[in-house]
Design a protein around this ligand. Structure first.
Ligand SMILES: Cc1cc2nc3c(=O)[nH]c(=O)nc-3n(C[C@H](O)[C@H](O)[C@H](O)COP(=O)(O)O)c2cc1C
Length: 332
């Protein structure tokens, strides 16, 4: 029985749902070739950060005006220019090189939280050959005077601006912490987003209680992180017209199948590939084929969204009822 694993993501025809998410893999051309060989259907580059442009501009002003003025304290938290893996020019060259090397779509990642001149970089990414752009609006809104509405209005403004700057599709990598996720997801679509990625992952610092220091850390994910993605994909997918991707917690084929059942067109994988290497994609693909064959599915589209909340008349009541039931079932 021939299986159709193809999926449409951001208007692109992908040979299967497995996308390599934004990560250091894009720094290494031979790793990228190995990922394609193992079955990856698209590759997202690591992000280019708005802060890199700001550094460049500041360095230019500093150079031309040779002012002795020191930078604002906040900027000193950020890495120095040379600490970024790829500068803006190198990033554009990397897109060109990846486009020469790979046949699968190459998705650039632009990362910033306030509208600025960095947005124009989207055009250069397009000119360099990127098939799409993933926009990561990562920020923690810590200022007490900032309300949630202001944050979302600014995000929508950035999305509209980037979308109007380029002719390639733009996806938005979402944070899981919006008050009204479905409403915001649809607002992103209305602003021109061709796809939504559920979710950004926050690198939560820990405390060292011996030295009283904050310890930044990057732990790879595990499958438990998938559940938050499943919940929101299931709720949003019946309403969404754009493409949806799951990012976070996909380690086993069961995780990927669940993401598709919840409504994902694309399944991004990073931690599992960093842990097991590019060839692990073949294991995931074989697992998908076996599961589909065992159940008589001939295409991914046949079961995509089969477990979303489309037929649930009141998802909020459904979720709350389950919440109450689960708490009440606990006995000591
Ligand atoms: C080492 C590392 C680097 C990453 N770099 C980026 C990045 O530059 N931009 C971005 O949007 N996400 C980045 N991510 C997040 C991943 O794209 C992904 O969203 C996250 O790891 C969750 O997926 P996973 O559970 O498959 O790892 C990075 C993750 C890791 C582990």
């Amino acid at each position: 029985m021939s299986l159709n694993l193809t999926t449409r993501y951001l208007g692109l025809e992908l040979r299967n749902p497995f996308i390599v998410g934004a990560s250091p893999f894009s720094d290494n051309l031979s790793a990228c070739a190995a990922l394609e060989e193992a079955g990856a259907s698209a590759l997202v580059l690591r992000s280019l950060f708005a802060e890199q442009f700001e550094l460049e501009q500041r360095a230019l002003v500093h150079h031309t005006e040779s002012s002795g003025e020191s930078y604002a304290e906040a900027t000193s938290y950020f890495p120095n220019y040379e600490d970024y893996q790829l500068g803006p020019d190198q990033y554009l060259r990397r897109i060109k090189n990846l486009k020469k090397l790979l046949r699968i779509p190459v998705i650039a990642s632009l990362n910033g939280s306030r509208l600025g001149s960095w947005v124009s970089c989207a055009q250069q990414m397009e000119q360099a050959g990127a098939d799409a752009i993933e926009l990561n609006l990562y920020q923690l809104a810590t200022a007490p005077e900032l309300d949630g509405d202001q944050v979302e209005v600014e995000m929508l403004h950035i999305v509209r601006t980037v979308v109007s700057t380029v002719n390639i599709p733009v996806a938005v990598k979402l944070s899981p912490f919006h008050t009204t996720m479905t409403n915001f997801a649809l607002a992103l679509e209305h602003s021109g987003a061709a796809g939504l990625v559920f979710f950004n992952r926050f690198y939560q610092p820990d405390f060292n209680i011996e030295d009283l220091e904050v310890v930044p850390q990057l732990k790879l994910s595990d499958s438990s992180e998938l559940l938050l993605r499943l919940r929101w994909l299931s709720i949003v997918s019946p309403h969404a017209k754009s493409s949806l991707a799951c990012s976070g917690g996909v380690h086993h084929i069961e995780d990927a199948i669940k993401a598709i059942l919840a409504g994902a067109h694309g399944v991004q994988v990073v931690s599992a590939l960093l842990k097991h290497g590019p060839a692990y994609l073949t294991t995931l693909l074989n697992g998908l084929r076996t599961w589909m064959t065992d159940r008589g599915y001939t295409s991914v589209e046949e079961f995509r969204g089969a477990m979303n909340l489309k037929r649930c008349p009141d998802p909020a009541a459904h979720e709350r009822a389950n919440y109450i039931r689960i708490l009440q079932s606990w006995r000591v």
